[in-house]
Design a protein around this ligand. Sequence first.
Ligand SMILES: [Zn+2]
Length: 170
Amino acid sequence: MKVPREVGKHTRNKVYAENDPYLPPKGKGLVGVSICKDCTAVYHNKKWFLDAKLYEQKKKLKDINWVTCPACKKTKENVPNGVVTLKGDFLKEHKQEILNLIHNEDARSKNYNPLKRIMKINEKKGEIEILTTSAKLAQRIGSILFKAYSGEVEYKKHENAKFMRVEWRR
Ligand SMILES: [Zn+2]
C-alpha cells in the first residue's frame, strides 16, 4: 500500500494576489456601484459580493456601472491562476462524489469572495482538470481532496506565487 504524502505543503499560505493585472490598482477601487453583467456580482465598499438580495437592491439604483468583474474577465480570456489535475482509478470510481465536493468548495469560496472561483472543469481521458481564478483556491482544492480521500497531492508554484499547479492522484 502506498503511503499518503502531501508534497510541498510548506508552500501553503505563501500565495498572494499581488500584482494581479485583473484587479484595480491598490487604493483605486471602482467608483460607486458596479455590477458584473455576466455573473451579477456587485461591487461596493471596495469589495465584490455575490448575493442575490444585494443584486436585486442595487440594480434599481441609477448610475450603475455595468462591468465585467475580474473573475468573469479571466474566464472569458481563459487566464486561470490555478490548475488542478485529478488522476487515478479511485477518481474514476468516485468521480461524482469528488466533483460534488469540489462544487461545494467553489460555492463556499464564491460566497466568501466572488473573485475566487472555478472557471472551468474539463474531463479528458479519465482525468479531470479544474481551472480556477485563484492560486489559493487551487491549493485549497488539493488540500481538501487529500484530507477527504488521502492519495498523493503535489503543489507547484509559478510566477511569484500568482499561479499554482496542483496534481492529485489516487
Ligand atoms: Zn462576473
